[in-house]
Design a protein around this ligand. Structure first.
Ligand code: SAM
Ligand code: SF4
Length: 434
């Protein structure tokens, strides 16, 4: 109950922080290399539960989009930006492996990058794609599995295009040894997911080859719920704590939590960039960035994105300056999401201001039993981990609402894209040989 109250108060604050004003692009060039997020919004099938900015894949559109991305990357490089790591998210970045790899090769040519993560779906775990990704230096592959239950996969409209549970297991086994980190994305609290189904998903993850798993609670927005409600039903939030308790109980001790919803086994994997990198540049339509005390968002219209880049403008169209306290609270949220906030880290970044400004939050979290403090850090307890699941869900749901508003403004373009999307090849016709 108290968890939900705190999360609900936080939800209002998170929604306020998504009010952006028009922007002409990222102003400051950071002195040190910065993390890069690249958004590739294309997918073969648009899953009804998905809250990300994604459109139906079409070859010609993807080609001109990737060309614009490379131009934007060149532009940032020419301005003096250097990148410490790259996360390519979507959508499904591997819809056009040749274009994706040309883009990653360009980044590698500018300066070698060791930390490259790419999101994909089970269908793309085949030699023609994986060989190319490995060759261009991808170290972490993140595969959207969602569930190993065939009934739930059908409800999510993934069974036909992205594979049955058996096919997914085979493909994961094939991909496993090729990347330093193989992450599987799972979702719990899907509307028709019983506790037995969740246990079976946990069995499959424990028996499977992935050395990292991200177990997300189902997060929605009003727009997602409208779509999802028709085909999948609506989530029952009252089960969330029990289901999360099962995730923690089953994954430990084989996996070690590296955030409130990401778990690694066999040493350290590469984690979510929002935890590791307080600042990052976001490129591509619908991407967010966080740099020099400002949050940035790029246009959600793919047409406008390509046009702007071709004409030499930035893809960024919205921004918001974060106040000093807001920045500190953002760091508190993200660092504790990663389970540990080092005192040396905040002191180097903010000096004594951090503790002076955020003592009410830090005290309340300790009184509530969500955080414990020692000489070197504040650490999340198990109670705190569940609170963080709720707060991060509230945070991402406010981002989802923002995406939904942006997408509503380009509804005509999105509808047109869906109408003329090409038919895609069914999974069965592809097999494991390229
Ligand atoms: C942008 S997708 C990329 C993966 C790839 N497109 C796929 O679906 O196979 C990243 C992950 O976000 C998660 N996701 C998408 N919508 C979600 C939602 N409404 N709630 C929770 N997680 C969600 C899924 O687990 C998904 O694998
Ligand atoms: S879950 Fe993945 S495949 Fe499905 S629509 Fe979202 S980004 Fe695309």
């Amino acid at each position: 109950m108290i968890h939900s109250l705190i999360a609900s108060a936080f939800r209002h604050q998170a929604a306020r922080s998504m009010r952006l004003v028009p922007s002409t692009g990222v102003a400051a060039v950071p002195a040190a290399p910065v993390f890069l997020y690249v958004h590739v919004p294309f997918c073969e099938v648009l899953c009804p539960f998905c809250s990300f900015h994604r459109v139906k894949h079409r070859d010609d559109k993807a080609r001109s989009y990737f060309a614009a991305l490379r131009k934007e990357i060149r532009h940032y490089h020419d301005r003096g930006f250097r990148f410490s790591g790259v996360y390519v998210g979507g959508g499904t970045p591997t819809v056009d492996p040749a274009e994706l790899c040309e883009t990653l090769a360009l980044l590698q040519e500018f300066s070698p990058i060791d930390d490259i993560s790419v999101e994909t779906n089970p269908k793309d775990l085949r030699p023609a794609v994986l060989d190319r990704l490995a060759a261009v230096g991808v170290q972490r592959l993140s595969v959207g599995v969602q569930s190993f239950d065939d009934g739930l996969l059908r409800e999510m409209d993934r069974y036909e295009k992205y594979g049955s549970s058996t096919e997914i297991r085979e493909r994961l086994a094939y991909a496993a040894s090729r990347f330093r980190t193989l992450n599987v994305d799972m979702i719990y609290n899907l509307p028709h997911q019983t506790e037995a189904m969740l246990e079976a998903d946990l069995d499959a993850v424990l028996a499977g080859p992935a050395n990292q798993v991200s177990f997300y609670p189902l997060m929605t927005s009003a727009a997602v719920e409208r779509k999802m409600g028709k085909v999948m039903g609506l989530p029952d939030r009252s089960r969330l704590r029990r289901y999360y308790g099962r995730v923690l109980a089953r994954l430990r001790p084989e996996f070690t939590a590296s955030s409130a919803w990401c778990f690694n086994r066999g040493g350290h994997g590469i984690d979510e960039y929002v935890v590791q990198s307080p600042e990052y540049v976001g490129l591509g339509s619908g991407a967010f960035g966080n740099l020099g005390g400002r949050v940035y968002a790029s246009t959600f219209s793919l047409r406008s994105y390509v046009e702007r880049i071709e004409r030499g403008f930035s893809g960024v169209t919205g921004e918001r300056a974060l106040g000093p306290r807001e920045q500190m609270r953002y760091d508190l949220l993200m660092r504790l999401f990663g389970l540990r906030l080092e005192k040396s880290w905040v002191r180097a970044r903010y000096g004594p201001r951090f503790e002076r400004s955020l003592w009410p939050e830090l005290t309340a979290l300790q009184v509530f039993g969500a955080v414990v403090e020692d000489d070197t850090a504040w650490c999340l307890t198990d109670r705190g981990m569940f609170l963080w699941v709720l707060m991060m869900s509230a945070f991402f749901e406010s981002v989802n609402e923002f995406r939904a508003q942006m997408r509503a403004q380009i509804a005509a373009e999105l509808e047109e894209d869906e109408d003329d999307a090409v038919a895609v090849v069914p999974l069965g016709a592809i097999g494991h040989r390229a």
